[in-house]
Write a protein of this length. Structure first.
Ligand SMILES: [Zn+2]
Length: 92
């Protein structure tokens, strides 16, 4: 027999990770979503390279728990780049 049903899930609006439990979703957010720049985690830090190394050595283990890192630095935005690049002679 087949029964069709609809299930409510809850998700983080930053990373889209979803849960059946609303409490677990709240935990995810309270603990600090690693994709949220507010969390200051490696995933959003410019020191984190594509080989999964921290360029400033703030993170030296494989554990994914680093949050609110003192060395965390955001990626420059396009506006930042245009504002600081004085040698930009590219034709528009
Ligand atoms: Zn999230």
């Amino acid at each position: 027999m087949i029964e069709e049903f609809v299930q409510t899930r809850y998700r983080c609006t930053v990373c889209s990770k979803s849960y059946v439990s609303k409490a677990r979703t709240e935990d995810h957010i309270e603990k600090g979503c690693v994709r949220d720049p507010e969390t200051r985690a490696c995933k959003t830090c410019r020191h984190w390279d594509r080989w999964s190394h921290c360029a400033v050595g703030a993170k030296d283990s494989d554990e994914w728990a680093i949050r609110h890192c003192d060395e965390w630095t955001p990626y420059p935005t396009l506006e930042d780049r245009n504002g600081t690049d004085e040698n930009n002679n590219d034709p528009v």
